[in-house]
Design a protein around this ligand. Structure first.
Ligand code: PLP
Length: 275
């Protein structure tokens, strides 16, 4: 599998549990914690001097020679079925109802496409009515092929050159399922939106501070996008909105917190209160 980190860790864990050998390729600047997690969970893992699409090419070429089963996004049917779980659990937890809007950090797009499939299937078996959430694809301004295709009104996205963002999980310059993401977004009456890294970083600091919820940068992008959408009126203040945080914030760098106390000195309680 080619991965920006998290999917590779999941594959390694499932593979090891099932007694299956896994080979994982990630961009060379993938956060250290992701690469170590993949290795520790039993996969063979390599850093590649390129982006996720370059890793994908290696997997494509190695398939024949090595006899691999290709687990790249949307090259097999199982991941999309698995990611439907996000839609199924959301509907279940809302008492078989759906929110008005869903903001999803979109890389390869399996999560967004999977949820949209889940809602259609739930309607087909009569567990949901016809009302569906507006699906919003959130990308980073430094890598926003889907947003560009959405804005241009086309069905396929072009390769995004020089892709860069702190939200490494959504740094996907070209997505094989681009047309499926765009179809779900348009059918649902949603939209695609890009946010700059500064707003992602600001959201990463603001949300845990107020909500007690540690966000990964990809999840923080959805909050930044939500603020923009509220501001420009694409989402109403009273609407029920779900923002997806797909990764644990503990895996990413955090600002230092290095205040200390010398227990041998008298404690300055006023200073504590002012901190
Ligand atoms: C934390 C995080 N959020 C979002 C995504 C994007 O997922 P998708 O492939 O469903 O677009 C990824 C992808 O690996 C990720 O690691």
């Amino acid at each position: 599998m080619p991965t920006n980190g998290n999917a590779g860790a999941a594959l390694a864990a499932y593979g090891s549990r099932a007694g299956m050998e896994t080979y994982v390729f990630c961009p060379e600047d993938t956060p250290e914690v992701n690469v170590r997690e993949i290795a520790l969970q039993g996969a063979k893992v390599w850093r590649v001097n390129g982006l996720i699409n370059d890793c994908g090419k290696i997997v494509g070429e190695g398939k024949e020679t090595m006899g691999w089963f290709d687990v790249s996004t949307l090259k097999e049917p199982y991941r999309i079925e698995g990611k439907k779980t996000m839609g199924l659990e959301l509907a279940e937890q809302l008492g078989w109802d759906v929110p008005d809007v869903i903001f999803y950090p979109t890389g390869g797009g399996t999560g967004l496409i999977g949820m949209w499939k889940a809602f259609a299937e739930l309607e087909a078996i009569g567990w949901l009515g016809a009302r569906k959430p507006r699906m919003v694809a959130v990308q980073a301004s430094g890598c926003a092929p889907i947003v560009k295709a959405y804005d241009d009104g086309v069905d396929h996205a072009e390769l995004w050159e020089n892709a860069h963002t702190i939200a490494s999980g959504i740094r996907v310059p070209i997505a094989i399922g681009d047309f499926l993401i765009l179809q779900a977004v348009r059918e649902s009456g949603g939209f695609a939106i890009a946010v700059p890294d500064e707003e992602i970083a600001a959201a990463q600091e603001r949300v845990p501070d107020r909500e007690g919820q540690l966000l990964c940068p990809e999840g923080a992008a959805t909050f930044a996008a939500y603020l923009r959408a509220l501001d420009d009126g694409r989402v109403g203040k009273d609407e029920r909105v779900v923002l997806f945080n797909c990764g644990n914030g503990l895996k990413y760098p955090m600002p230092p917190a290095d205040a200390a106390i010398d227990r041998h000195q008298p404690i300055d309680w006023d200073a504590l209160a002012r901190a």
